[in-house]
Design a protein around this ligand. Structure first.
Ligand code: NAP
Length: 458
């Protein structure tokens, strides 16, 4: 222990007690960073409003990207550590208020991610058949908030607005066959609906050029390997002038252009479905039929100005779509009692220290906005924890008056909160895996909260 810390308020008898709010990747990485350090004895309670841990790894990562989900093996190790507890089914703001959290923990780390989405701000966005990719992803991944949604896939044409990895995920899921999806951990209700889907054409729309697309090459390549869908690219939309091409230094951009040009040069194999990757087009209006349903999407061709921004040319076309998924970025949602920057959708912070709130920290998407892959959050969370520890060393934290696991348990029991522990989750996990095995699938997700809560540690 360093000198500064040996004189600090914390000891093995009275460890530093930290509450992590949100058990997605950034929350679990923060807990991991706290137990890996040796400067101060620590106890960590990781809270989640859902009974299940892992946030976007369970409910955001595409169901057919199972290797990305293997990160949970490390997460299990962290949440199984005797210094860490998982308290699922506890809602911050009601079951545990900000004031209560301050009274029971020496430090708080907010890692709640970005659960909402950005809008396009064009007419027709609220028509039936227009929704965010976030909602669609939550539905097919069996998020309890979206599982009951009645998603009828009667659209023959779908437009997906945006060219990030989420746009590619939803487009791919829309055109995969049941046999392909069977190997994923997609929720059963979604597999059933997709089995009866009418979708034939999906247009993925980038407002800027192919060289400005945000997706990564591995995800793009998957469009060339689908059983029943051809990738369609207009050669003229992936042209980059010589000077601009020579100036490209980013390897992902170079590889993306290679793959897109390969697609553009292919003769479609005549598969029953098509993914059209379009660039330099912006949606301007979602058109309606007489019943308030999506009946088309008006798009405008763009050019790029000198700063690289999309500028409309006044040239329009209409895509024959009956469904529009906007995939233009996630957005954070305010937590009760916690400062929030509405414009940016983040908790205002300086390198993870919540502005004006000593002892409160943040990590992940609610700290920096919705960017980066799962692993990006490890460094982000570790950086935040480093600041927390340096504040501990500097004596900047006020020890909480009721800092014990028993006091937290008594508080939650007094409010009749049905806490779901990590061992409960392990019972549910084992159930889902064994049900999956019976069906020849990697996992059979339980999607309703009330049903999750019936699976408990024996
Ligand atoms: P993203 O990568 O930020 O992409 C958002 C897309 O929306 C961009 O193409 C952006 O274009 C476009 N856009 C924004 N506003 C628009 C508007 N008004 N009209 C038309 N287009 C608009 O966001 P994301 O796809 O939601 O992904 C979030 C993060 O998760 C990313 O870091 C992503 O890599 C990661 N992720 C990773 C994986 C994976 O590793 N397999 C899977 C899913 C997500 P501009 O560039 O012109 O703004």
């Amino acid at each position: 222990m360093t000198d500064a810390l040996s004189q600090s308020a914390y000891s093995p008898e009275r460890p530093l007690r930290v509450a992590v709010i949100g058990s997605g990747p950034s929350g679990v990485f923060a807990a991991e960073a706290l137990i890996k350090q040796t400067q101060v004895p620590v106890q960590v309670d990781v809270f989640d409003r859902l009974p299940t841990p892992y946030g976007l790894v369970r409910y955001g990562v595409a169901p057919d990207h199972l290797t990305i989900k293997s990160v949970t093996r490390g997460f299990e190790k962290t949440l199984n550590d005797p210094r860490v507890r998982f308290l699922g089914n506890v809602e911050f703001g009601t079951d545990l208020t900000h004031e209560e959290a301050r009274a029971h923990y020496d430090a708080l780390i907010y890692t709640v991610g970005a659960s909402s989405d950005r809008r396009l701000g064009i007419p027709g966005e609220d028509l039936t058949g227009s929704m965010s990719a976030t909602e669609f992803v939550a539905w097919y991944n069996g998020h309890p908030d979206a599982a009951a949604r009645d998603m009828v896939l009667t659209a023959g044409g779908v437009a997906v607005v945006g060219v990030g990895n989420v746009a590619l995920d939803v487009s791919r899921i829309l055109v995969k066959t049941v046999a392909e999806l069977h190997e994923s951990d997609i929720a059963a209700h979604a597999l059933d609906a997709l089995a009866h889907s009418h979708v034939r054409d999906v247009w993925v729309l980038g407002r800027r050029g192919a060289a400005q697309a945000k997706f990564t090459t591995k995800e793009l390549r998957e469009f060339g390997e689908l059983h029943e869908a051809d990738p369609i690219v207009k050669p003229e939309e992936v042209l980059v002038d010589e000077a601009a091409e020579a100036a490209i230094t980013d390897n992902t951009v170079k590889k993306n252009l290679e793959v897109l040009r390969d697609f553009a040069g292919r003769t479609p194999e005549g598969k029953p479905r098509r993914i059209h990757l379009r660039f330099l087009v912006s949606p301007t209006e979602i058109l309606a039929d007489g019943n308030g349903h999506v009946a088309g999407l008006k798009i405008e061709r763009n050019t790029l100005d000198e700063a690289g921004n999309a500028v409309g040319t006044g040239e329009f076309e209409t895509l024959p779509v009956q469904m529009v998924l906007r995939s233009v970025g996630y957005k954070g949602v305010a937590l009760p009692g916690v400062p929030f920057d509405e414009r940016r959708g983040v908790i205002p912070n300086a390198e993870g220290r919540v502005e004006g709130r000593p002892g409160e920290y943040t990590a992940g998407w609610i700290k920096r906005g919705p960017s980066g892959v799962v692993g990006t959050n490890r460094k982000d969370a570790t950086d935040t924890v480093a600041h927390l520890l340096s504040d501990v060393a500097a004596g900047l934290l006020s020890p909480a008056p009721h800092a014990s696991a028993e006091a937290v348990d008594a508080l939650l029991a007094g409010k009749s909160v049905d806490v779901y522990t990590f061992e409960d989750w392990q019972a549910l996990d084992a159930h889902e895996l064994s049900q999956g095995q019976t069906l020849g699938r990697p996992r059979a997700k339980v999607v309703h909260k009330h049903e999750m809560l019936t699976h408990r540690k024996r």
